[in-house]
Design a protein around this ligand. Sequence first.
Ligand SMILES: [Zn+2]
Length: 139
Amino acid sequence: MIPITLRVGQRTFNIVFAEIDTLLPDGTFLSLGYYDDIETITIASSLGNTMTKIVLCHEIFEAINSHVGSGLKHNQIQGVANCMLDIMCDNPDIVQYLFKGGMDEQELQARTGMDRQEEQIQQAVCKQGGETHKRRSKS
Ligand SMILES: [Zn+2]
């Protein structure tokens, strides 16, 4: 089942499938999919499973690029998106861990010396783009 929405930051994109034969004013022909700033990701309905995943992943990175204003060029987006999809497909345990896994309170304490409250503070700092490599001194 293909999800019908994607959250990127505070925005929700609808994922739709359509016959695509759009010719842009600059002469670019879009045949696989596209992302637009009115919060729709459109994917060619004629694509099979693998190509749909590749195109969806690409458009997700287009949305991320727009959201964070990273200014990546199209070929850079293409490279990062394809690599990320490969990593996710080749490492299902990592994906599972990132999305659903985690240490219980005891393992967290033993590994890091942190309790849940300290962990939440660290998460908040990381989400704001703070220093993630800083070592916590144990006292
Ligand atoms: Zn693109």
